[in-house]
Design a protein around this ligand. Structure first.
Ligand code: FUB
Length: 460
């Protein structure tokens, strides 16, 4: 009897310890744990129930921001399960730029989605504010050029007021500016240009404007004199272009932060949320950052209640989990390659804009880029169709992990689960090749690949 009681007590203690462990393990910050991300730009688009977050990307192992080259898009409907749509724009896709793919914002405007980003102009080395367009929120985005009238255009943020007027804010190195944009988003209205610097105490860079209870809130990372890291401050105005009244700091220094902070706000499912970044994922390495999210609350006067970055984050008590969903047809625009294959649409029910097919000759292939922060395990799936019979192909990950694979005949798109694969830190190329020695009866169509995060405890 005594022994039974002791065993029961031990089991209870064990269960308690496990639940404590689980609550630690399942903390929701950082939000994305598979890839280094920074400068989050959160949005909810019209007629879309998803929350979108656009981010810049830090390379694993980097110790500066100069080598940043591209952007990612993420979406969710429950703030627990996220989709990483992969690379949506890269330096290589922007003819006028040479480096520094730094902070960006996104906007839905008159039927299209735009990425408003900054890069350094080739040959000149000064920041320009670029505009890239897509007809879908997940991109990839096509560069249209840079905005005329914006000098030193680092850290752009776009704000569309209730009457549809687009405003641009930008700034770096202790300066901040704003202006109304013309309808094509490609130039500012010079007569509306304002220097907001003197209104924004401690401003350093990264402005973001949102509206709350009819007032305009400009949030920004700032430095108290000569002192890094950045804290988050805000100011409030009656009109988008000010004048702004400085209100104070709402994210102070916190453990594990990076030198920079940068972020934006969104209202999703009735809750106001602040997205920003830290260095938690890299264990405090300032230049490999990760997106964080906490609820944004106001007091009765409309003042922002300071945020203390929390492990719980959005507090849904589950660890966030991200699946990389990478559309084959995106090709070079998403860091991949379509080698002697085409994008087609006649087989129905594909996802995205089409699928890749016409693997006619040996070595014809599609390559798809998957970027991750650390060596880690993923469940790997490929969506394909092969209506006319089975087709023989090689499936390679970074050239060395591969399977000769016979895709069974399938008239409709279906997923093949290739099991658990290991990705390396950084860029991983998934390639599906036409086999060079065995003929196929069918013609393969590749719709997308998916890589779902697998956490260590799931392997046990
Ligand atoms: O991510 C690169 C730069 O660091 C951004 O443009 C700044 O806002 C800071 O977050």
């Amino acid at each position: 009897m005594i022994l039974e009681k002791q065993i029961t007590i031990r089991k209870l203690i064990g269960a308690l310890a496990l639940s404590l462990l689980v609550s630690v393990v399942y903390a929701q910050n950082p939000v994305f744990t598979h890839v280094f991300t920074a400068d989050p730009s959160p949005h909810v688009w019209p007629d879309d129930d998803r929350l979108w977050v656009y981010t810049s990307h830090d390379e694993p192992g980097s110790n500066n921001h100069y080598g940043m080259t591209g952007y990612h898009a993420f979406s969710t409907t429950d703030m627990v399960n996220w989709t990483d749509h992969g690379r949506i724009l890269h330096l290589e896709n922007v003819a006028w730029a040479e480096s520094h793919a730094w902070a960006m914002d996104a906007v839905y405007y008159r039927g299209n989605y735009y990425l408003i980003y900054c890069m350094k102009e080739a040959g000149i080395g000064l920041f320009r504010t670029g505009v890239a367009r897509s007809d879908v929120p997940e991109g990839p985005f096509t560069d249209l050029g840079y905005i005329k009238g914006v000098e030193f255009g680092q850290d752009p943020a776009i704000f569309i007021d209730d009457d549809g007027t687009p405003y641009l804010f930008w700034g770096h190195d202790r300066q901040c500016y704003g202006a109304e944009l013309n309808d094509d988003l490609m130039s500012i209205k010079p007569e509306t240009y304002v220097d907001l610097t003197s209104q924004l105490t401690h401003v350093f860079e990264g402005p973001w404007v949102h509206k709350y209870n009819g007032k305009y809130y400009l949030t920004y990372p700032g430095l108290t004199p000569r002192r890094w890291p950045e804290k988050m401050f805000y100011a409030v105005a009656e009109k988008p272009l000010g004048p702004y009244e400085f209100k104070g700091c709402f994210i102070d220094d916190f453990d594990g932060q990076s030198g920079t902070n940068h972020g934006g706000t969104v209202t999703y499912k009735g809750k106001d949320i602040m997205f920003y970044h830290s260095a938690w994922l890299s264990g405090g390495l300032s230049e490999t950052r990760c997106v964080m999210a906490d609820y944004l609350k106001y007091d009765q006067n409309g003042d922002i209640i300071p945020i203390v970055p929390s492990k719980e984050g959005l507090g849904i008590a589950k660890r966030t989990k991200t699946t990389l969903h990478l559309e084959a047809e995106n090709g070079f625009a998403a860091g991949g390659e379509l080698y002697n294959v085409i994008v087609d649409t006649w087989i129905k029910d594909y996802s995205g804009k089409g699928y890749v097919t016409n693997f006619d000759n040996p070595y014809d292939h599609v390559s798809i880029l998957a970027q991750v922060a650390k060596p880690s395990k993923y469940r790997f799936k490929v969506s394909y169709a092969s209506p006319d019979g089975e087709s023989n192909h090689d499936v390679l990950i970074n050239s060395h992990q591969y399977k000769d694979f016979v895709f069974p005949q399938s008239e409709a798109f279906r997923e093949i689960d290739f099991g658990i694969v290991e990705l390396k830190a950084g860029d991983n190329l998934i390639r599906i090749f036409k086999r060079n020695w065995k003929p196929s009866q069918g013609q393969l169509a590749i719709d997308y690949v998916e890589l779902e995060q697998v956490f260590e405890e799931e392997n046990q």
